[in-house]
Write a protein that binds this ligand. Structure first.
Ligand SMILES: [Zn+2]
Length: 216
């Protein structure tokens, strides 16, 4: 077997000497009592968009699922194996989280692949098939007249958040808790270059800059 990457071992060394001493008590508590997080985050695999880093969260704070383009599938109780649905089931039914945040982001490779209609990367065409869940049957996603490629991309990246939020409500156990007021769904969008965060205003159905909201 190949040696374990040295930079990861170095990182672990830094963790044990710097972070762990300050968080040791918390880890022990979490180990004894189990996790009791109130927030689930559904984000993208993209290495630049780590929910724990963005929200400055410590151990036990966020229950995170990451996949290509932060997508939530439609509720599909069939014989298939559904990773996101399994995590969702656990977060909602066992952890009884109070919030689910769908975190989209700028320069999303999954969205880019979808927009560019790229050729399959392997015979399985896993990304191609995965991204198809973004489109409803009969729906056409196209660049608008006079819309720049940049604006089109951002619009679709944000639409992925809307679609995931919409799909979350197709899960009966999610809808029930949302309707009872026991759980809330939220959308967010992270601008990689600036480290900027936008949160979805559910009434206006628009993303608003957290910085601007704080200044209001
Ligand atoms: Zn992405």
């Amino acid at each position: 077997m190949a040696p374990f990457p040295q930079h990861l071992l170095d990182g672990y060394q830094a963790f044990t000497t710097q972070r762990l001493p300050t968080e040791q008590t918390r880890y022990r508590e979490l180990s004894e009592r189990g996790q009791s997080t109130e927030v689930m985050v559904i984000g993208c695999c993209d290495s630049r968009v780590s929910p724990e880093v963005i929200f400055d969260a410590g151990p036990g704070e966020l229950f995170v699922v990451r996949n290509v383009a932060n997508l939530v599938p439609v509720y599909q109780p069939d014989s298939g194996t559904h990773g996101v649905s399994a995590a969702l089931e656990y977060a909602v039914s066992v952890l009884r989280v109070k919030h689910i945040v769908v975190l989209g982001h700028a320069q999303c490779g999954g969205i880019r692949a979808f927009i560019d209609k790229i050729q399959p990367l392997s015979p399985g065409d896993f990304i191609g098939k995965w991204m198809q869940m973004f489109v409803k049957p009969g729906e056409v996603v196209e660049q608008r007249n006079r819309e720049s490629m940049q604006d089109f991309t951002v619009r679709i990246e944000k639409a992925a958040v809307f679609r995931s939020l919409e799909n979350l409500l197709t899960f009966p156990f999610v809808r029930e808790r949302v309707e009872k007021g026991e759980m809330e769904l939220h959308g967010a969008y992270f601008g990689v270059a600036e480290g900027s965060l936008f949160v979805l205003d559910p009434v206006a159905k628009q993303f608003r800059s957290v910085k601007e909201l704080a200044g209001e």
